[in-house]
Design a protein around this ligand. Structure first.
Ligand code: TXE
Length: 480
């Protein structure tokens, strides 16, 4: 049995309490690893290590931190195939996706922020002939980074890279459901001679490790990605302690399809935005709104394409849809499909578990599911499902489409398909979401602000936004 250990003060070690959790392979339901089941005492050890490493890490300067991060990135790139296989086994995603998206983007995150810190500068404000003000941005200190299971190494590095580049030291917690590649990362940090204590990874349950990070008085800032309910719990603990908080939470993203769009491109991308990573990306479009004049054509073409997607072994290069992340999550998604039926939804395709043969018979597979016949206010169109399930709804006017898109408690991302240049801007500006993609999806530039409105989150990640989050701005005013 493989072991997923804590990485504290530069060493790999089991939890102080010696407890272990099971690590499952969604492809076949087997247990392949034991994960350190850590607690508050392990977090405390990690905070002590991070606190003593802080001064030395800052003293290494931007160039030193850049070099250290680039070294780790190079080792991950050297072992890209190993990381991709491991991510696929732990998460159930097709290995092709891990190879083409997850791991390359994790490497890009490390390199992007390692380089960004070299170019980053701060402001000066000249107060007439009276004074000079300049903004000094110093690292916040020891920060907590808590990440989810859907894009394990990708979202983990999205947080730790800017924190480390900015000069913070880190106590990080990956999801207990998909921790394996962070263990591999820790091994690469050791190989690279990364300074001990600068990055600490504490494995284990959210309610224990995550809660201990959130409540620890030695951690003044928390960056979290995960469910909205967990985000609310973290905010409840952190707010009275006046911690800085960055929360990237759930979504119920709308795709607005206008009849003047490029139909072929739109359908191909909408299949992708619906079902990539088994629909387990916070940016997936789960409510597809289609202008009525194109609705029938869209439905026929879209459903036919979705039915062609191959659900199968994540290790197989021809697989489009792998396994969902856990049995509990599969049951949750199936529960949402039952609810949709009770609400009067018609299942146009999918709607059930897929049972594969042989060694994969116990795996957690779901058929990509398209549902129609539900209004915007029902629970199916309001609650995040986070699986391979989308609804389609017709609309009659631009105003109605915008109102439907904005009509949930979430506001993470939206997608607009149109060829009308004026409409692109008009609609994009009215949508209440932190990200609007026009005629594309998941096209990412790491310099752009990333995050959600309403219950999709607080704060922004990405580029300078992330570097600002991990630093405290101090204005220094000098009288001339
Ligand atoms: O998230 P959780 P899960 C959404 C999606 C999904 C739901 C649950 O709707 O179905 O969240 O997913 C840690 N204090 N998203 O179970 O529980 C936990 O261990 C501190 C959206 O993964 O929020 C993990 O490391 N931390 C999303 C991380 O929080 C706690 C991506 C996320 O876990 C904690 C994934 C606590 N009390 C899921 N409880 C997105 N927006 O990208 C748990 N954790």
């Amino acid at each position: 049995m493989e072991q997923v250990l804590n990485y504290i003060q530069g060493d790999l070690r089991p939890a102080l309490g010696q407890g272990w959790l099971d690590g499952h392979a969604p492809a076949d339901g087997s247990v392949f690893a034991h994960i350190a089941d850590s607690g508050a005492e392990d977090v405390d050890l990690a905070v002590k290590a991070a606190t003593s490493a802080l001064t030395g890490w800052i003293a290494m300067g931007r160039q030193g931190r850049h070099d250290a991060l680039m070294h780790v990135a190079a080792l991950v790139e050297r072992d890209l195939e190993l990381f991709a296989q491991a991510e696929s086994r732990d998460n159930g995603k097709p290995v092709s996706l891990a190879r083409e998206v997850d791991i390359p983007r994790a490497i890009s995150n490390l390199r992007f922020f390692a380089t960004a810190i070299l170019h980053w500068s701060s402001e000066a404000h000249i107060t007439d002939d009276v004074a000079v003000n300049y903004t000094d941005r110093q690292p916040v200190g020891v920060v907590g980074c808590i990440s989810p299971w859907n894009l394990p190494l990708y979202l983990f590095t999205w947080k730790i890279a800017p924190a480390l580049a900015a000069g913070c030291t880190v106590v990080a917690k990956p999801s207990e459901i998909t921790p394996y590649t962070t263990h591999l990362l820790a091994e690469r940090c050791i190989e690279a001679g990364f300074p001990p204590g600068v990055l600490n990874i504490v494995q284990g349950m959210g309610g224990k490790v995550g809660a201990a990070i959130t409540a620890h008085p030695g951690i003044p800032a928390i960056s979290f990605t995960g469910g909205t309910a967990t985000g609310a719990r973290i905010a409840t603990t952190a707010a009275p302690m006046f911690k800085k908080l960055s929360l990237e939470l759930g979504g119920k993203n709308a795709v607005l399809v206008f009849s003047d769009c490029d139909f072929e491109r739109m359908v191909a991308e909408t299949v992708r935005s619906s079902f990539s990573n088994q629909g387990q990306i916070c940016l997936c479009g789960s409510r597809i709104l289609v202008e009525r004049s194109m609705y029938e054509r869209f439905r026929e073409t879209f459903v036919a394409r979705v039915q062609k997607l191959r659900v199968g072994d994540p290790a197989d290069a021809s697989t489009d849809i792998g396994a969902v992340v856990s049995e509990a999550h599969m049951q949750k998604v199936l529960g949402h499909i039952e609810l949709a039926k009770e609400e009067g939804g018609r299942i146009l395709c999918g709607g059930e578990r897929v049972e594969l043969d042989g060694a994969l018979a116990e795996g957690w597979y779901l058929a990509p599911t398209v549902i129609e016949g539900l209004g915007p206010a029902c629970r199916t169109n309001q609650e995040e499902i986070f699986g391979p399930v989308v609804t389609i709804q017709p609309f009659d006017s631009e105003e109605e489409a915008v109102a439907m898109a904005n009509g949930t408690v979430y506001g993470l991302a939206s997608v607009v398909w149109t060829s009308d240049g004026s409409r692109m801007h008009r609609v994009a500006r009215q949508l209440k979401s932190g990200i609007v993609w026009v005629n594309c999806w998941m096209l990412r530039d790491l310099r752009t602000p990333f995050g959600g409105m309403k219950q999709s989150g607080v704060g922004r990640e990405g580029g300078e936004e992330a570097l600002r989050f991990f630093t405290e701005a101090k204005n220094i005013c000098i009288k001339i």
